[in-house]
Design a protein around this ligand. Structure first.
Ligand code: SF4
Ligand code: SF4
Length: 518
């Protein structure tokens, strides 16, 4: 494979300016690209060969990729002048493909495809090898091929060929967690997540939604998209809890009872967030749609920890939901609108954006594909998940008290499969002297939270959550840390349902508790 993750490759410059004005083969030219993914330059084909360049253009066109030009590319970040051969094509976003074209670089030898697409032709890249099947949580539960990545790709291929679908078809598509486990290990680099988003967007008009889906769609479009509503949600939910309503209404069956059981958690609602300090390097701390209402403890602790490390973590009043929930339930237009809104709210000032939730961080890093603002640098380059950000800091500047209690670590799917930064979590926890971490899911797996999935797919969600709870019990820990609010809500609810007392917190909360007074 020429490039491990071609999505991390960006076009910086192109030596033939009018190359972007032709819609045909146009070679040779030299493009300069930046690569943040893992690259093995020794595997690169010599790009100065017109034969290879032309050949790869033909292959790309044969694969249905709309090819603009092929040529040589010089990678700027690997410190070598080694050429690589690329095909350049354009990707249309789902949201406004009529108005916008985005230029993408495709490594020629793997004939890559864009993050967002307006058709399902990339399903053809699946060679049906089945290597993904043992990694799929839903296939592991049911053993049904239609609940596996390979089976779902076959369903999408059916959808591409025929609009005729059944309720059973929809069920197998709906049961996908979008956990990314299949995509992370697929040797053919099938972009499963983008394909599933595309399929769900296409199916949305003919999908007769149940009550829970309609409820979530309403919340997603009205509350989560409104910064003012999100800020008000904290005090409103605080009052709701003080009246004891989640415990009372949590006894009801159905979606209302389930939502209330999930809401029965400590949130740190009373914490007063810090005002801007003014004299320290600034960061944007991204609260997402849950930070103020459901995870104020983590917001507060993250601010304090970053302040101790010499940063002023500012929380914008104008950001809304990151859009991941809307993207994954087939509302691509709304997700794109939220991307533009949040980018505007966070400005074009290159101030780093730090997310307290791995799920938001993974989605924010995908904004480049839908965002239409003219930014001086790709938005994704500003975004970090907070543990990944801390892992890049000098560990010696802040001291921590030892911790003698072992702590369980649950790595969310978004941290492992989307961000691919599981190690950062363990690296930062190692700053606490003597801390023994017990990895709850070293083999992967999903807790069944998956955004709205924990409400819309109760049976699958509970089964997956309970399997993780078994591993937490086996680990004999009294404290569990995890970097995604959805996983935290889900695991707390499943632990409560089993009558098991394990505290579930974000790792920044543990770090702040152990932070030594300087
Ligand atoms: S999605 Fe990838 S791993 Fe799974 S069957 Fe297809 S090619 Fe193989
Ligand atoms: S995203 Fe997760 S649940 Fe969906 S098919 Fe892939 S591995 Fe299975």
């Amino acid at each position: 494979m020429l490039i491990d993750d071609f999505i991390d490759v960006r076009l910086v410059d192109i030596a033939v300016p009018d190359a972007l004005g032709v819609n045909d083969q146009h070679w040779p030219f030299t493009a300069t690209v930046q690569a943040t993914g893992a690259i093995d330059p020794d595997l690169a084909f010599p790009g100065n060969s017109q034969f290879f360049t032309a050949l790869f253009g033909v292959i790309a066109q044969g694969l249905g990729i709309e090819t603009l030009a092929t040529g040589r590319a010089v990678l700027t970040e690997i410190g070598t002048e080694k050429d690589m051969t690329f095909v350049i094509g354009h990707a249309r976003t789902l949201a406004d493909h009529a108005k916008k074209k985005q230029w993408c670089l495709y490594p020629a030898t793997s004939a890559g495809i864009p993050v967002y697409m307006d058709d399902l032709s990339a399903t053809d890249r699946c060679v049906k090898c089945g290597l993904c099947l043992p990694h799929c949580p839903t296939f592991t539960l049911t053993g049904n091929e239609a609940d596996s990545p390979r089976g779902r790709i076959s369903l999408m291929q059916w959808l591409e060929a025929s609009p005729e679908i059944s309720q059973g078809f929809l069920n197998h598509i709906d049961r996908c967690l979008q956990c990314g486990a299949c995509e992370a290990m697929c040797p053919s680099k099938v972009p499963f997540g983008a394909l599933m988003d595309t399929a769900r967007t296409r199916l949305a008009p003919q999908h007769r939604q149940g009550f829970s889906n309609r409820l979530l769609a309403g919340i997603g479009s009205r509350v989560l998209a409104s910064p003012r509503a999100l800020r008000l949600a904290g005090p409103v939910l605080g009052g709701y809890r003080r009246l004891g309503l989640p415990a009372l209404l949590g006894k009801l069956p159905g979606t209302v009872g389930r939502l209330n059981r999930l809401l029965s958690r400590k949130t740190g609602a009373g914490h007063r967030l810090a005002r801007p300090a003014g004299n320290l390097p600034r960061l944007h701390l991204f609260p997402g749609c849950t930070g103020h209402a459901l995870d104020r403890q983590t917001l507060y602790d993250a601010q304090q920890l970053l302040r101790a490390r010499g940063y002023d973590a500012v929380i914008s009043r104008e950001t809304a939901c990151c859009g991941a929930l809307q993207q994954h339930i087939g509302q691509a237009d709304r997700a794109a609108a939220l991307a533009r809104h949040n980018h505007t709210a966070l400005g074009d000032d290159e101030v780093p954006v730090i997310s307290i939730a791995s799920g938001c961080a993974a989605h924010l890093q995908g904004y480049d594909a839908v965002d239409t603002l003219d930014a001086s640098a790709p938005f994704s380059s500003r975004v970090s998940e907070i543990m990944a950000f801390l892992a890049e800091q000098d560990a010696a500047t802040v001291r921590f008290d030892p911790c003698e209690e072992p702590v369980g670590v649950y790595v969310p799917c978004t941290q492992r499969n989307a961000l691919r930064q599981s190690q950062a979590l363990f690296d930062v926890l190692r700053w606490i002297p003597g801390l023994e971490t017990r990895h709850i899911n070293p083999q992967g797996g999903c807790c069944g939270a998956a955004g709205s999935y924990m409400v819309t797919q109760p049976a699958f969600s509970d089964a997956l959550g309970d399997a993780v709870v078994e591993r937490i019990i086996d680990s004999a820990v009294r404290t569990l840390v995890t970097t995604n609010i959805g996983c935290s809500i889900q695991l707390q609810a499943r632990l409560r349902a089993r009558g098991i007392e394990v505290e579930v917190i974000h790792p920044v909360t543990l770090l702040l508790r152990q932070l030594r007074s300087q």
